[in-house]
Write a protein that binds this ligand. Sequence first.
Ligand code: ZN
Length: 269
Amino acid sequence: MKVIISHDVDHLFGKDHWFRDLIYPKLWVRSALEALKSEISWRECLLRFLSCFQKERHRLGQVMAIDRQYGVPSTFFFGMEQGLGMSYYPHEAEQIVREVRERGFDVGVHGICYDEAEGIRKERERFEQTAGFAPCGIRMHYVRFDQNTFRYEDAAGYRFDATEFDKQTGGSIKQPYKVGAMWEFPLTIMDVYLPQRFEEARRETLQKLEACKTAGIDYISVLFHDYQFDPAYSDMSRWYAWLLEYLANDEAYSFVSFEDAIRELEAKE
Ligand SMILES: [Zn+2]
């Protein structure tokens, strides 16, 4: 089975959320409740409180480093519009977008508009203006989509979308398929939909991989949010490091990019 790893860049800098949204008050309340219920340690709770004052909220450097270490040709999706707690502006992302690309990773759009052809086209255009190159593909923020989203993305010129996700079951066990000229890669595993404790997350991941094998799935798509690769999210950081090591050491799996997968799929057509 081939595994495609990608990262949604929901946050860039600490100041993204000062006076722009309510992410921090929500983070404080949620962290305190989770610590009270012993779902996270008080140390993690404190680190999450303090994270609001850090210059950088992203952990792109660290994630690129571990992906490189395991030879993962991952994809990073950046927002070009603001909404639902993603609050940085395109000009604030410009430098890091180029840096990620220069380090050899694929870069795409983390979309906000999902229900309007014009809005979807505009975000793509803004990406090209900001980055100076075309986005490799797109995943919608909060994996939002309706019956028209993929058609609109195809019309906007995207090669692939990586959004389809079943929130009820916490993942879509489904082969990639075509919408017009565009490929849709259903999302199999998403970090924030797993149990947030390492042991349980590991167990559920193994179950999902097994279910993919049983269903004869060729491409598994995994999303890890880079901001979680931090001691404030120690269980999920550990989960991601474990996952890469596990997949790298099992011959049944190999890492590919969306681009590689499309080439393979089209060669079979
Ligand atoms: Zn997102």
